[in-house]
Design a protein around this ligand. Structure first.
Ligand code: PGA
Length: 239
């Protein structure tokens, strides 16, 4: 695992975007595994700038997102589909049919999880998977637990995640479940790029650096990956 500690959120975002841009320059047909949340917003802004400057072409890129609330309509302004359209897809030349997010409004979430995993397999999984991390160490919505699921599945959200994300649901209760790639779906990516910014992520980063793998802190499973880069800002690294 390579760890890079940069000054702040802006530097982290630029460095993360550069790795994604290089991946697409090396392979214009790359499959990018993408993430939502406050952490990657800056990366998407830099990617949009690079696209506007003619430095990156998304026309042959395919994307697969990590997770989606369930139940939620894709058009809901708190859905991860909506987030991706707003922050990236509508701002670059990616083909809508090449973007994939689990369907949070699927009538049968278990069938949707199976469909999504089969889609990932058919694409050969991500060439590069971008990840944030939860304050509790979750990756995607693989929450701390006695056991983790390997493949895409429906999961209840923990109290920590509900507390962290309910700030976005100002006018209503937030969904209490989500569809998420599993730990194996994530670890099958050829390369992983995890970004962490701010003091609230320090505990999770510290657990990762301790080097012990535990289902109670899912980020530690990244220690098993042969090509994982972690970019933190000073606050996440030092606490
Ligand atoms: P955040 O979420 O980027 O909004 O902090 C990360 C996560 O929960 O995985």
């Amino acid at each position: 695992m390579k760890i890079q500690v940069l000054k702040d959120y802006g530097e982290m975002s630029r460095a993360g975007a550069e790795i994604i841009a290089e991946t697409v320059r090396d392979n214009p047909r790359a499959v990018l595994g993408l993430a939502t949340g406050a952490t990657p917003e800056g990366v998407y802004d830099v990617l949009v700038e690079k696209y506007a400057a003619g430095e990156i072409d998304f026309s042959e890129v395919t994307t697969v997102n990590l997770d989606e609330y369930c139940p939620i309509e894709p058009s809901d302004d708190q859905s991860y589909r909506y987030f991706m359209e707003k922050h990236l897809f509508s701002r670059v030349n990616i083909r809508p049919e090449n973007t994939n997010v689990p369907m949070g409004n699927a009538a049968d979430p278990a069938a949707e999880a199976k469909r999504y995993e089969e889609l990932l397999a058919s694409l050969g999984y991500a060439d590069l998977q971008l990840l944030g991390v939860g304050q509790n160490g979750h990756i995607g919505f693989n929450e701390p637990a006695a056991a983790l699921f390997a493949e895409t599945h429906l999961t209840p959200l923990t109290e920590s995640t509900l507390a962290a994300n309910s700030i976005y649901f100002t006018d209503r209760a937030m969904p209490t479940e989500a569809l998420t790639m599993g730990m194996a779906s994530i670890l099958r990516a050829k390369r992983i790029l995890l970004l962490a910014s701010g003091k609230s992520k320090h505990a999770a980063i510290a657990r990762l650096l301790e080097g012990e793998i535990s289902t109670e802190c899912p980020i530690t499973f990244l220690l098993l990956h042969p090509n994982c880069t972690v970019i933190c800002d000073r606050a996440a690294y030092e606490g």
